[in-house]
Design a protein around this ligand. Sequence first.
Ligand code: ADP
Length: 910
Amino acid sequence: MTAGDNVFGRLLGRAGSVPLEAPATPAFGLWMQLDQQGRVLDISSALRAQLAVRFGDTPSPSLRDLLCASSALSAEGNPVDWQRHSLDLDFQGPAGQVLHTRGWIERDREGWTLRLLDVGDLLAGRQLAEHREQNHQLASQMSEELQVCSLARLPEVFNEQLRSLSQRWHIPCVALALLDEEDQGWRIYSQYSAHDAPALWQTGQRLGTRLDSANGNAPVSVSGSQGRHDNPRLHSVFGDADGFLVPYRDAQGIVAWLLCGFFKGQSQTSERDWLHLTAALAAPLLGRLREQRNQQQLERVEALQGLLGTGWWELLPATQEIQLAPQLLHSLGQEDGAARQPLNLWLELIHPADRQELNSRLHDLQALGKPLLTSVRLQRTDAEQNPLWYRVQGLALGTGDNRRWIGFMLDISDIKNQQLQAAAAHARLDNLIASSPAVIYVQRYVNGALHPAFFSDSLTPLMGWTLAECTHDNLAALIHPDDRDLYFERTRQLLREGSVRSRYRVRDKQGSYHWLLDEAKLLRDDLGLPIEAVGLWLDVTEATLAAEHVKQSEERYRILVEDSPAMICRYRPDLTLTFGNTPLANYLECLPAQLPGLNLGQWLSDEQRQAFVQRIQRLTPEFPVSTAEISLQLPGREHAWWVWSDRGVFDEQGILLEVQAVGRDNTEVRRSQQQLTQSAKMATLGEMATGLAHEINQPLNVMRMAVVNVLKRLSNGDAQIDYLTEKLQRIDAQVQRAARVVDHMRVFGRRSEIEQQPFDPAQAIEGSLSLLSEGLRGKGVEVSVTPPAFAVQVNGYVDQLEQVLINLMVNARDALLSKRDKHPDFQPWIALHCEHDSRHVRILVEDNGGGIDPRLLERIFEPFFTTKPIGVGTGLGLSVSYGIVENMGGRLSVVNGEHGARFCVELPII
Ligand code: ADP
């Protein structure tokens, strides 16, 4: 062994100290001159320098004084006792070191000569060999333990090895750092520190690249405070502590370091031994870790294959077989199938449409080494289901005899079916866009302008143009000249604000313009600079034209309404006007603009307003229209009659929102009707003159008789008070009777009231009889009346109904008298009869005059229709009567009864 062989001798020794087992100078032989008492008289000069005791300081020291305590025993007694013995003597060196010697003693002239040989080397060599042997044993034991333990216990077992290492070499802190594959830095795999030592490292601690600075093939020592300047990075790993670190190197370079901290003791262990020890720890550990990684990798791959529905396969050309991963068999639904199966059998699983192609590609893979990539369907027994798609990929590995052909199969049914569906949806969408009146476009931003870059296929069917024809410059020319400014502004706004919506006309290939609604959005890059605009053209020509038409027709209707001679207005259900045209405004003596807000009801009497509101309330979405004649009290005017037609406007719930009304002034018609009625009334009166004379004559006759009788009695002087009283009372009664007739005539002759009033129809019957009955009886016509057994009310004019009844009775009288002219025995009668139901009251006037010629029945209500001689009949009686009854909401009708005509006046009961 040489000094250079032991790094620790060199590196670990304190300054000035010499390693224990290393002799500083080779000593070949040495002798000492001893006296009889064993005192040293002389030493050969070479040896003298190596001894602690210096001659000159102490004359003739005893041999024992020069020896170490341990070997002092061998020098007990005197030299004479030591003869013929082999002497092992350890001398004390000046710096504390020991000089091992072996020798014998011989007598010479004056005393004794001690002849010694330095056996330090021999002893050290033997110790070292023993030590190395132990080291090797320990190393192989550690190695074996690491190799045989289960992977789960590997960290624990490794830590035990570190502990025994620490204990054997008295190293307070030991750790193994491995190169971390992830971040290419060093990391403490495991560490052990003696219980009384501070832990320098933690398991799992990252050391980064600090250990790289210790790169080398030999152990590297780190010295504490004094060696700090050596390698500061390394030093930081050890803190302030002394220590050393041993590399383990494999094909990849250094992959592990054994770190030993607080290592103060000295060691016989050589560098080579340390390298060997470290390798014994690191190599099996790394192997086991690799094994663990491989196993995890395998587990991951297997799990992945299972999850993905994939698995590897390998062609075995020698046997024309294919080997399949268990997961693949499972995924193919072949759990019971063999892992190795004939290639043909496997190909049978593939859909016939894809089988041949796959086979040929497998062939290419084997023959030409051409990588395989294809998608195939599986042959499925159930044709209803979606096909199962697999991606088959394969490649050739290795060369020559080591050539292998492997690959995998992946279930891509989901993706494939989605792809097919997406393609179908895409095609449908393309179709839809192509056939829709919408064009999707993209305009690219180039130097502040937008250049058309894409149009959807719908452009050509819609406009006739292609993308090539719609370049940036052409497009502007296609815009309608009136809309060009609008288009340029649209582009500016789009670039400014990022989105725009506008509408302009674009010329198609045939030369006609389309109204296009343009909605565009600007896309910008990360820096906010415009890239392109994406937009949509919607052909809104029809809608635009329709809107134009609506506008035009609205305008026409507005003019129509404004210029219409009829009154047109709209009002809310509470009769507040929202609109009225000029004619209405004229009637109401204001401007059309002043009409909204006015209430129609203010020109109606209470009854009229009530009736009006009731009528409006009866409007429904099914029957939204109602027409009536209303009478109004207009400002500064007489009464006005308007024929008024209302149409209700309803919301979805059927609630009346407003009413649109059209009115026509009927006042003139109404007036002439009134005049007609009045004249007809006067005519009736005239006609009744004879009857009336009779009516008045009758009481006059009675009175004359009474007066004659009274006068006769007075001339006889037989005028009793009682008698006179009785006669005067009779006269008074007759005067009253005559007065009543005259009164009634006056009432009858008056103009009708302006507004209809409720009244009992019995009043009219009574009135007409008071004027006619006496006259009729005078003519021999029997009048029978069935008075109404009830009281009802109808709306209208009592005098006008009376006139109707008079007309009917006068007509009956005429028919009866003309019949009696022909048949003198004829007994004429007129019967008046009343009946009613819940809604109507009917007054029937019947005679036994023989009726009306059926051919004339249709015509008798016509004005001026008469069968009477000129000057007698006016032909107005029935037509006026008809108008009166109709005006009261009723109906006048006639049938030929058993004996003659039977007229019926039917009136609604209120
Ligand atoms: P006028 O009595 O002036 O002729 P009207 O309009 O009252 O006019 O009657 C029209 C016609 O109807 C009469 O001319 C007559 O022919 C017929 N007529 C009306 N009432 C009767 C009746 N009760 N019986 C038969 N004919 C009648």
